[in-house]
Write a protein that binds this ligand. Structure first.
Ligand code: AP5
Length: 257
């Protein structure tokens, strides 16, 4: 049984010098950022987009959660501190997040492209990423911003269950696993994230409004923003996203020719 972390996911999740071993070379790789409030469905869409576009799903939250479950090495003081912030629902300090992403910058060069989920989350992170992509001669194709009313977001968060091994995401009523408590993909145990408790959710929403929402304007000004309504089934949202991405690509070709 696979733990679902082979290939590109393992390189991203484990970090430190790991080279991205993805074998699929895509003609026109997509390099995307997914924006949106906590629980809007970014991880779910990143997973579906990965299956359709071949680009690696790079989630900073998954890196932290993976570190939290590691038993083979002691966590650095910075990582221990980061996990405390995460439990409370607060943002991890920019310096810690940036150090972690910089260590994994080979993942950004993946021949299949990338889908960043949960990063950047502050203007400082966005500026650092912009510079890194410039240094690496990589072009960001689009920033997808998922939009949903708060009430529905809270409903999605309260029913979320996550696989402790491969990080696949389910929902107790909307997307239940075939066997209760077990992951369909790898058989791992499903758990409820600590930061999905209501007091942490409130802190996360406040952090989003204060620090992450300004990124909408930042990417709009760069002409990269694609707003997508996040209501409906995951497949409907995926179809909406793919349509907008195709329009974006066609438009870019038109401008270039
Ligand atoms: P992170 O893991 O990035 O969490 P998040 O942004 O809060 O987003 P979530 O993972 O909660 O939600 P999602 O939008 O991915 O929704 P999902 O697809 O799971 O970050 C966690 C923490 O790490 C942060 O709070 C912070 O402390 C730290 N951190 C990470 N990155 C950082 C950074 N760059 N800077 C600073 N700190 C950082 O879906 C939610 C639920 O809804 C699931 O149950 C799913 O099954 C269900 N669902 C999804 N789509 C649908 C649908 N269409 N219909 C019905 N149900 C659906």
């Amino acid at each position: 049984m696979s733990d679902g972390r082979d290939g590109d996911r393992a390189a991203w999740l484990d970090g430190s010098g790991a080279e991205c071993p993805a074998e699929t070379e895509v003609d026109h790789p997509w390099r995307l950022i997914l924006l949106g409030a906590p629980g809007v469905g970014k991880g779910t869409q990143a997973d579906l987009l990965h299956s359709r576009l071949g680009a690696c799903h790079l989630s900073t939250g998954d890196v932290f959660r993976t570190a939290a479950t590691r038993t083979d090495c002691a966590l650095s003081p910075a990582m221990q501190q980061a996990l405390e912030y995460m439990r409370r629902g607060e943002l991890v300090p920019d310096t810690t997040v940036w150090e972690m992403v910089r260590e994994r910058r080979s993942c950004l060069r993946c021949r299949g492209g990338f889908i960043l989920d949960g990063f950047p989350r502050t203007l400082r992170q966005a500026e650092s990423l912009k510079q890194l992509l410039l240094d690496e001669s990589l072009t960001l194709n689009a920033v997808v911003n998922y939009e949903l009313p708060l009430q529905e977001i809270v409903e999605r968060l309260s029913g979320r269950r996550t696989c402790e091994q491969c990080k696949a995401v389910f929902h107790v009523t909307r997307q239940p696993s075939r066997t209760e408590g077990l992951c369909d993909r790898c058989g791992g145990r499903l758990f409820q994230r600590e930061d999905d408790r209501s007091e942490s959710v409130t802190v996360r929403m406040t952090a989003y409004e204060k620090s992450t929402a300004p990124l909408i304007r930042f990417y709009q000004d760069l002409g990269l923003l694609l707003p997508i309504p996040a209501s409906g089934s995951p497949e409907e949202i995926l179809a909406r996203t793919l349509l907008e991405l195709e329009k974006r690509r066609a438009w870019n070709h038109q401008v270039a020719s």
